[in-house]
Design a protein around this ligand. Sequence first.
Ligand code: ZN
Length: 176
Amino acid sequence: MGDRKMAVLEILKYPHRTLKKKSKEVERIDGEIKGLIHDMTETMYGANGIGLAACQIGVPQRVIVLDVSPIDPQHSFFAMINPEIISQEGEIDHEEGCLSVPDCFEKVKRRERICVKGISPEGKEMEIAGEGILAFALQHEIDHLNGILILDRLSHLKREIYRNKLKKEKRKEERP
Ligand SMILES: [Zn+2]
């Protein structure tokens, strides 16, 4: 990367439009993609997150970074380009939050075990099979690439409650 400076970038928040877009497949792994991965990594750690999708920093490309080691130390950091779920089993309610949906921690239906294939930043095919937090975080980040937020996986009622909470907070901020 030479002396390229890494950057902690702003994380887009709901209801930003970019978060609703389906991200595009990466066609070529060049310096730009590698720089993007560096920025995503810095931004994820800067926000104490365990995962981040490129669209969360405004780049609608299919790239994710993950480091679930604060919750499950047997796993470590990795980045994945064009991730794709190739198998999945089981179903479980998992309570999760999202850096783009502040103050929302809700149970979301997830698959218990999944296998994902994609491309590493070095351009090699990679496959990751996991359960627990690794599986949930992978599903969460792949959801982002498809324009899906945890809010979209909640009941209509819970989604409305969150929207109303946001509206109230916005009104408070707007008051002089
Ligand atoms: Zn998220």
